[in-house]
Design a protein around this ligand. Structure first.
Ligand SMILES: [Zn+2]
Length: 283
């Protein structure tokens, strides 16, 4: 027993042995930021290592400013799916939605053709979605077949769909503050909408069974449209990256394997592609 105790201790302390990678559920992380503050502390090569240590094979990345996304994309083009964030700096977070300069910046930058979406951006109120610029963005997104990754409650999402029901929405953070019942209603109401789990892992994994029953119902019913997200919105979250991802693996392990695999990577691979040589299982 004593030997076993030492063995468990040793395994517990060892830092992500390479052999563990094959045993873990692969993850496609659909909510990564590599913003300015992180650049000096974490090089693109270091971020690649963090992805490897966390078992993250591919990621949807957006950054403030966008140069962070381009740095990571240049370093690992097969692992990074670029998403264009409309924030040139922190001040744009609250004013972008009615700022023509930002709109022109976004539409100009989209000409490079590398982006699969615009976001993550914030809409704090449905009224914000009525601005000329947001309406213009919805039009652009429909024309160019781009996803809009929206951090908002249910109201602004409804307002975006009211502008054009064809718009493709990736609802960030499962609605951030919306309860499971509202997320269920929204997923039912908008059968094309995608969503991702960043910031909600603790809540989803709550309760004695390791998964909250109301969230479990959402995961099972909408297993084809939910994806994993970590949200590295501030630099210290890169220091916790593997545990942010593992928090999701914990509740995923409480779901049927087929459902867990869809949410962990299959849905995101279907939408954004696998990338060459990234190592997703051929299933
Ligand atoms: Zn967010």
């Amino acid at each position: 027993m004593k030997f076993l105790g030492y063995l468990i201790l040793a395994v517990g302390l060892s830092a992500a042995p390479p052999a563990a990678a094959e045993d873990r559920l692969p993850i496609f992380d659909t909510h990564v930021h590599y913003s300015r503050d992180a650049w000096s502390e974490y090089s693109p090569a270091r971020i690649e290592e963090l992805f490897r240590e966390a078992g993250v094979l591919r990621a949807l990345v957006s950054s403030t400013p966008d140069d962070g996304t381009l740095k990571l994309f240049r370093h690992m083009p097969e692992r990074v799916v670029p998403n264009l964030r409309p924030y040139r700096d922190g001040a744009d977070v609250t004013s972008w939605s009615a700022n023509q300069e930002v709109f022109d910046y976004v539409s100009g930058r989209l000409n490079s053709g590398i982006y699969r979406g615009v976001g993550e951006f914030h809409l704090f109120d449905p009224l914000e979605a009525r601005s000329r610029q947001v309406r213009g963005l919805v039009k652009l997104a429909v024309e160019k077949d781009l996803w809009l990754q929206v951090h908002s409650g249910a109201g602004p999402v409804k307002a975006l769909y009211a502008i054009d029901p064809r718009v493709r929405i990736l609802w960030a953070h499962l609605g951030m503050t919306e309860p499971a019942a509202v997320v269920m209603e929204m997923m039912d109401a908008y059968p094309e909408m995608l969503t991702e789990t960043s910031f909600r892992g603790g809540e989803i994994g709550g309760g004695p069974d390791g998964i909250d029953p109301a969230w479990r119902d959402v995961m099972i019913k909408h297993a084809d449209r939910i994806m994993i997200g970590s949200d590295t919105y501030v630099t210290p979250r890169w220091g916790d990256y593997a545990s942010l991802v593992d928090e999701h693996r914990a509740w995923l392990s409480r779901l049927p394997d087929e459902v867990a695999r869809k949410i962990a990577y299959r849905n995101a691979v279907r939408v954004f592609g696998p990338g060459r040589g990234t190592g997703f299982p051929a299933d």
